[in-house]
Design a protein around this ligand. Structure first.
Ligand SMILES: Cc1cc2nc3c(=O)[nH]c(=O)nc-3n(C[C@H](O)[C@H](O)[C@H](O)COP(=O)(O)OP(=O)(O)OC[C@H]3O[C@@H](n4cnc5c(N)ncnc54)[C@H](O)[C@@H]3O)c2cc1C
Length: 499
């Protein structure tokens, strides 16, 4: 209840861990172990927020500064907001950024939940627990395939109470978000694909070949890769970094100091946006917002070496601004020679850019930003990244002042463009909606949002249902009882195939 009140209050402050709350425990279990790098398993309650685990890692980094022999552990990747609970981001297939990152659900090595019978049930990947020399408690179901099938579950298996996560030894980001002319950031396939708003960049003979090489290099090798674009700007904000910084060079996180400032500013934006939207046109509001963002955006002159757990949450206060969002996770196709077809990404990006600049005079549905993150694939059944080699996780964000009809029409026009992109062989591309964002009110080549989800995730849903069957058998209940207890009309249709 306390957390809930904090979450809905504006400005909302980060609630500290409640030591009395068993769903907010953070506990290292087993011993450190080595795969490609050092890991430690960590049991977290499902109500632990990203901010709790971020601070927990930061405190270890601070202790290590006094005693460099000490270990420090952290999430290898995470969603942007520090306000989200780990139970939710790990149970709904959320993602971070970076081609070597998977979904948050992929970090889960064991999941504990209250099942249909009201009993605690746990499914785990024992191979990983064994590496950590952790003795599997009695009653845990050791079945990696079932774990991967049911870990992204949206509460359909029951109420998740805790998770065992695979953490990494802290590494250090060389963080330097910066503004770069857009044509040199995410290049169009050909200059003609860029709207006339970018005429000056088009005529200044931007070196597209160099820009494309650079884009591919960033996407295929940077630890973290994220790009933002605010309308009526010539520049994109490029937030890509490597984690090759050294512990010795790492400094106290400047992000901590910006936290309050960014929270105050975003709260201020939240307060003035409705007023401005009455006085100004949408185009003027979007311009103002973009210019304000450019002023307050954290843009250090030199790369800053800080723990990656700080770098991946470098933007704070975002939760203060309520937004509307459509996000599609689009698989980057693989070409015959095994390389990734990034031309698809350029096509997707510039089709949306063309629509941003073709709205009626004074109108601008994209009141905030268009953002893209590069991710790897996932082994988790219901993750949008499942089975892909790389994904282009692209989203457009409006705000609550944009009339609903206008926003839906804009999302639909962008979606139509994305659905009509073809790979180099002329085949349709794989477009999977992010479960937690807007898709219900959209049409996908004539299919309703619900029918499209059932169709585009159909193979994955079969895996999920097989996992559900397995845990039901183990727990002594039926999947029908589980559906009755934990499903809702939307999931009845998408997952359980009820018409
Ligand atoms: C500005 C913004 C930025 C975002 N950035 C990202 C991002 O970087 N990457 C990304 O992938 N997503 C992103 N999202 C989406 C966001 O991370 C998810 O919607 C997240 O799940 C919300 O967290 P919450 O704690 O508020 O979840 P809640 O709304 O509390 O829960 C979301 C869902 O998770 C499931 N769930 C929650 N708790 C449990 C439990 N104990 N047991 C079983 N199931 C449970 C339920 O299905 C629930 O409906 C962003 C959203 C916004 C608005």
């Amino acid at each position: 209840m306390q957390s809930k009140r904090f979450a809905i209050r504006k400005p909302s402050l980060h609630p500290p861990i409640d030591p009395e709350n068993e769903f907010q425990q953070i506990e290292l279990i087993g011993k450190p172990y080595l795969t490609k790098q050092r890991h430690h398993l960590c049991k977290v309650g499902s109500a632990v927020h990203n901010n709790h685990i971020r601070l927990w890692s930061y405190e270890q980094w601070q202790s290590k500064k006094s005693d460099p022999e000490m270990d420090a552990w952290g999430m290898p990747y995470d969603v942007v907001l520090v306000e989200n609970a780990l139970g939710s981001v790990c149970c709904s297939g959320c993602h971070s950024a970076g081609i070597n990152t998977q979904s948050l659900s992929d970090l889960v090595v064991a999941i504990e939940f209250i099942n249909t019978n009201g009993e605690l049930q746990t499914v785990c990947d024992y191979e990983e627990l064994k590496l950590a020399q952790y003795t599997i408690p009695q009653g845990w179901l050791n079945d990696k395939a079932t774990l991967k099938s049911i870990v992204a579950n949206f509460g359909l298996i029951g109420v998740v109470t805790s998770l065992v996560l695979r953490l990494d030894e802290l590494s250090y980001a060389l963080l330097q978000p910066k503004r770069v002319p857009i044509l040199s950031t995410i290049p169009p396939k050909k200059l003609d694909d860029a709207p006339d708003f970018f005429a000056s960049q088009k005529s200044s003979s931007t070196d597209l070949i160099k820009a494309k090489d650079n884009f591919i290099k960033i996407c295929e090798s940077d630890y973290y890769a994220e790009f933002f674009y605010f309308p009526y700007q010539q520049d994109a904000i490029v937030n890509t970094w490597d984690n090759s910084g050294s512990f010795n060079d790492s400094i106290p996180s400047p992000i901590q100091a910006h936290d309050l400032e960014q929270n105050v500013l975003t709260y201020f934006v939240y307060l003035i946006t409705p007023v401005l939207s009455k006085l100004l046109s949408q185009e003027e509001v979007a311009k103002l917002f973009a210019e304000l963002t450019n002023k307050v955006f954290y843009q250090p002159e030199q790369p800053v070496c800080i723990p990656i757990t700080e770098a991946m949450h470098f933007q704070r206060g975002v939760h203060n601004i309520p937004v509307t969002i459509m996000e599609m996770n689009i698989a980057i196709p693989t070409m015959d020679d095994g390389s990734l077809d990034w031309a698809v990404a350029w096509d997707i990006w510039w089709r949306a850019m063309t629509l941003i600049y073709s709205q009626a005079k004074g109108k601008q549905a994209l009141q905030t930003t268009m953002e893209v993150r590069i991710t790897g694939g996932s082994e988790v059944a219901l993750s949008p990244l499942y089975g892909s080699k790389a994904c282009f996780a692209i989203e457009i964000l409006g705000n609550l002042q944009v009339p609903k009809k206008q926003w839906i029409e804009f999302m639909q026009s962008v979606l139509n463009q994305w659905l009509s992109v073809r790979d180099s062989q002329g085949n349709p591309i794989q477009v999977r909606p992010h479960w937690n964002k807007q898709w219900r009110e959209l049409k996908f080549n004539g299919l309703s949002g619900i029918d499209y989800m059932a169709s585009v995730y159909s193979e994955q849903i079969q895996l999920f249902l097989a996992g559900l069957e397995r845990i039901a058998m183990e727990g002594g209940y039926s999947t029908e009882e589980t559906q009755q207890l934990f499903s809702n009309p939307t999931f009845d249709k998408i997952i359980f195939g009820n018409s």
